[in-house]
Design a protein around this ligand. Structure first.
Ligand code: FPP
Ligand code: MG
Length: 273
């Protein structure tokens, strides 16, 4: 079960960013192009924490496909999926302890706390429209960006003693992580299941108001009531999807006028998220 997603076919986006950050820090510090074994371990641990969280997330979301394959819970059932997620997390913890650096342990265990807090934030919803976007960004940071930010920080600590470099590495990972999730949330509306490797409009069906919904709500205020009832009334998901797509088309028009490429699903994420 644990081998199932580690099949070498994923994008390995997170470990790639982490290894590149490690190289950048090492070159900056002593012009070394070598990536240290401990830095490689951080990249591996980042992917393991991410995968463990997805195995659990698919149980919570009752998802049946991920990375173009059936989910672990779909094949082996929920009980075994929860234990498989726990096992990957425990193997990641052992690998983290083996690095033998308490600063790195502290930085990477913060990620696990953030992931869980992010999931809890997602279960809540703000009544006040002005608070909604801040709530969404906080949730996005905790669920997606914290892992990339703190993994980048961890390899920078291992590669360079300057705290200013650690902060730059953290901020870079944070912004890449938030940008990644914003695009992922748009692709949930504009892409197709074949490209995503998982079903589309999944967030709406789970009652979640992501960035595209919050923007569309400014153009279509009737979406407020739908957000508050978490798209639970028959027809809500379809109507909300239509409004969001109309809003995306309008925004794409602005982007074209600015000569910026609109966000589409074409050619993206062919290996699944
Ligand atoms: C995907 O979200 C889920 C996450 C990025 C994090 C999930 C975190 C937990 C379940 C907490 C437990 C954490 C650990 C480390 C065991 P999504 O449902 O928005 O995205 P998706 O469309 O890819 O499913
Ligand atoms: Mg999910």
């Amino acid at each position: 079960m644990c081998d199932y997603y580690f099949d070498g076919k994923g994008k390995a986006f997170r470990p790639m960013i982490v290894v590149l950050m490690a190289r950048a820090c090492n070159i900056h510090h002593n012009n070394s192009r070598e990536v240290q074994a401990s830095q490689r371990s951080v990249a591996i641990i980042a992917e393991m924490i991410h995968t463990a969280s997805l195995v659990h997330d698919d149980v919570i979301d009752d998802a049946n496909s991920r990375r173009g394959k059936m989910t672990v819970n779909q094949i082996w059932g929920e009980r075994k999926a929860v234990l498989a997620g726990d096992f990957i997390l425990s193997a990641a913890s052992v690998a983290l302890a083996r690095i033998g650096n308490t600063a790195i342990i502290s930085v990477l265990t913060q990620v696990i706390e953030d992931l869980v807090r992010g999931e809890f934030l997602q279960l809540g919803c703000k009544e006040n429209e002005n608070e909604r976007f801040a709530h969404y960004l906080e949730k996005t940071f905790k669920k997606t960006a914290s892992l990339i930010a703190n993994s980048c920080k961890a390899v920078s600590i291992l590669g360079c003693p300057d705290p200013k470099v650690h902060e730059i590495a953290y901020q870079y990972g944070k912004n890449v992580g938030i940008a990644f999730q914003l695009i992922d949330d748009v692709l949930d509306f504009t892409s197709c299941a074949d490209h995503l490797g998982k079903p589309t409009a999944a967030d709406l069906k789970l009652g979640l108001a992501t960035g595209p919904v919050l923007f569309a709500c400014q153009q279509f205020p009737e979406m407020n009531a739908m957000i508050m009832r978490r798209f639970s009334k028959p027809g809500d998901v379809e109507r909300a999807r239509k409004y969001v797509l109309q809003n995306i088309i309008k925004c794409s028009g602005y982007l074209l006028a600015l000569k910026l490429p609109p966000v589409t699903g074409r050619g993206k994420r062919q290996e699944g998220g």
